[in-house]
Design a protein around this ligand. Structure first.
Ligand code: SF4
Ligand code: SF4
Length: 433
């Protein structure tokens, strides 16, 4: 067990820069680029250049190791299969679709007449056919979690979003509160569970207030406040706070399945209208953009289009003068340019001006060790890795780093200590190779 008890710290969320602006629905870009990759699975295109595709039509799939399916997020012609920048930091193949703005629907999209009679198996099959994945950043196929043989007592909808800057879930839930409760209820049925919890950060009263008018109609859903600390939204912490149980590998061992709130909202439309996963919430924020915004966008939208809607860069200068982080500043990944596409694993881009000529040095203050939820000593792990001392890395439990990013966040000298610990962990896990 990594965590003896919840250990987290309060951090300045910096969410206000985005929170004050309402959710913007940007549903009709001129072109979308549907990535032919999901996590490490390479997908096979089911369409070719010149084909006409309807909104929601299957565009690519792969059966192994998990059945993964992606769908057209606009209607129009397939104009190319080309390389695009992806949240993984790499260029990947994508299907380019030119939007005809007709929103012609795939034949499979139709209202579900027998929602109340759907069996557990049918509810799981809907997840699978719709290509539903974890929209909190993991991108794991949702149906796989629900096919567990373990007994599930409850589903937890994770609406905590504890990373600084990000307001994806906040905006999506406060706009679609009832859909969240519906999605949570359907997920509980799909799991064979009697209860669903919506876990939210206690200081986000707006999330609770948005759900309050509907809660009486969803008696098996309970809204559950968690601590206002980082990393309170982390799966293991959420499970521990809600159930008072912990687990080794998967939440199902503690009798729960955890889904992100955006996944639950999208699932409500999958169950009731058979609309596959073709949109997602997306935040473009940080000190580098003029007006940070939360969006709902078709998967495959270019982030550069969204930056334009945000009014562009703060000083209108060269985009190469900024740092881009795909995901949040704690656990996200640095990317090179703004020309990447929105995928199921990309829910935010944080943009910050680059500070020229800055070379951080460790002050030996020990703050990184104080906050580490896995009780590690990050600076010692860094030094052990620099000396390639495999035994010491093992003694220091480098493998227990969960890459939460807290050590870098609190460092007064801005040392990229998380990255160094991550390298030490990888070196240890690969046996020094
Ligand atoms: S918080 Fe930063 S400066 Fe302080 S000991 Fe850790 S790495 Fe060094
Ligand atoms: S990223 Fe840093 S704070 Fe987080 S678990 Fe790893 S060493 Fe600890």
């Amino acid at each position: 067990m990594i965590f003896q008890k919840v250990k987290g710290i309060f951090i300045d969320g910096r969410k206000d820069m985005c929170k004050k602006n309402p959710l913007t629905e940007y549903l009709s870009p001129n072109k979308v680029y549907i990535p032919l990759i999901q996590r490490s699975s390479i997908l096979k295109a089911e369409v070719k250049v010149g084909d006409y595709v309807k909104l929601g039509q299957l565009v690519a799939s792969v059966e192994k190791p998990f059945n993964v399916r992606v769908h057209a997020s606009v209607s129009g012609n397939v104009t190319a299969i080309k390389k695009v920048w992806h949240a993984s930091g790499k260029m990947v193949d994508a299907v380019e679709i030119e939007n005809d703005f007709k929103n012609e629907l795939a034949d499979t999209i139709k209202e579900e007449k027998n929602v109340d009679k759907l069996t557990r198996e049918q509810l799981i099959e809907k997840m699978e056919l719709a290509g539903l994945t974890g929209l909190g950043g993991a991108g794991f196929p949702t149906h796989v979690k629900y096919k567990t043989k373990l007994k599930i007592d409850a589903v937890i909808i994770n609406a905590v979003e504890c990373e600084p800057y990000l307001t994806c879930d906040y905006h999506f839930i406060t706009t679609y509160a009832e859909k969240l409760l519906k999605g949570a209820t359907y997920m509980a049925r799909a799991a064979g569970a009697s209860k669903a919890y919506v876990a939210y950060k206690i200081n986000y009263k707006e999330i609770r207030e948005a759900m309050m008018p509907y809660l009486k109609d969803y008696p098996n859903v309970e809204v559950f406040p968690v601590k206002n600390v980082y990393p309170s939204g982390w799966e293991k912490f959420v499970v521990e706070q809600v159930t008072k149980k912990t687990y080794k590998n998967l939440p199902a061992e503690a009798g729960v399945i955890v889904n992100n709130s955006a996944t639950a909202i999208i699932y409500a439309d999958i169950v009731e209208k058979n609309i596959p996963q073709i949109v997602r919430p997306m935040v473009v924020t940080g000190e580098g953009v003029k007006v940070p915004h939360a969006f709902v966008v078709p998967i495959g939208t270019k982030v550069s289009d969204l930056i334009e809607i945000c009014g562009g860069y703060v000083d209108g200068l060269d985009p190469l003068k900024y740092n881009y982080i795909a995901g949040g500043p704690m656990t996200g990944k640095a990317i090179l340019i703004d020309d990447l596409v929105v995928s199921d694993t990309l829910g935010s881009v944080v943009i910050k001006p680059i500070i020229e000529g800055f070379h951080p040095e460790c002050l030996g203050c020990g703050k990184c060790a104080d906050v580490c939820p896995a009780y590690l000593t990050p600076t010692e792990i860094k030094k052990a890795f620099e000396r390639k001392d495999l035994k010491l890395l093992g003694d220091l439990n480098a493998n227990k780093c969960v890459e939460c990013g807290l050590c870098s966040y609190v460092c007064p000298s801005h040392v990229e200590i998380t990255e160094a610990v991550g390298k030490g962990k990888a070196y240890l896990l690969k046996g020094g190779k």
